[in-house]
Write a protein that binds this ligand. Structure first.
Ligand code: DX5
Ligand code: ZN
Length: 216
């Protein structure tokens, strides 16, 4: 299976969003990654549902929505209304994670749990069979263009080992500081899905940048 690539729209040119989405539609990207930030869970704001509700008119790829917000369970209906295929909530934001995961599935979306860099994969021991995917942050969430945290590679390998040992088919997605070099190491360590923001949108040829990530 080739690597699944999910460019992050957070790094797009917001003055030319439709143009950038058109590029993604024409590209080999598998999904479009949407980063929603609340200025509380992370020290930044991004875009909200006023924007994501419009995106479904123009996007032709499955949406992978990453909520960097407290109490994400308040917005399950809104995320479902964007037509998202995957809904990612942070482990650190959900004291009743099992319930939230069930609610996401009831709304017809695939539940994904995201871990911050400092959160060990062992906290997923009980919830893992309920998940379609785990998203490992390889930077502290909130900003694009940050440096990849190298210890994420061992974390991917540990999670892969957990998944294989239990005979599960949970995907591993990694987000933050992904480029061709870090992406190659991540895929070798067991990552299935690469999120890339600045690497794609700052490239001279974003279509080729996506193609190169896919080929890893
Ligand atoms: C970080 C976001 C990422 C970010 C990735 O808080 O979750 O999706 O946009 O950006 P790059 O690829 O530039 O690190
Ligand atoms: Zn993200």
């Amino acid at each position: 299976m080739s690597t699944i690539v999910a460019p992050s729209l957070f790094a797009a040119d917001f003055l030319n969003l439709e143009r950038d989405i058109d590029m993604l539609n024409r590209s080999e990207a598998d999904w479009i990654h949407l980063d929603i930030m609340d200025g509380v869970f992370v020290p930044n704001l991004s875009f909200g549902f006023a924007v994501t509700d419009l995106l479904k008119r123009v996007t032709q790829k499955p949406l992978d929505t990453h909520l960097m917000i407290i109490q994400p369970e308040k917005f399950i209906d809104e995320v479902a209304a964007t037509g998202s295929t995957l809904m990612n909530v942070h482990y650190e934001a959900c004291p009743h994670l099992h319930r939230v995961v069930q609610q996401i599935r009831q709304k017809g979306m695939k539940p994904v749990v995201t871990l911050n860099p400092h959160t060990p994969v062992c906290v997923l021991e009980e919830i893992l069979p309920e998940l379609d995917m785990v998203l490992l942050m390889s930077v502290n969430p909130g900003f694009g263009g940050q440096q990849f945290i190298e210890s994420s590679l061992e974390k991917v390998a540990r999670l892969k080992e957990m998944i294989v040992r239990r005979g599960l088919s949970t995907l591993i997605e990694v987000d933050g500081g992904v480029n061709l070099e870090t992406g190659k190491k991540l895929v070798e360590a067991g990552a299935d899905v690469l999120v890339a923001g600045s690497y794609v949108f700052n490239a001279d040829d974003p279509l080729r940048a996506i193609q190169a990530l896919k080929a890893l």
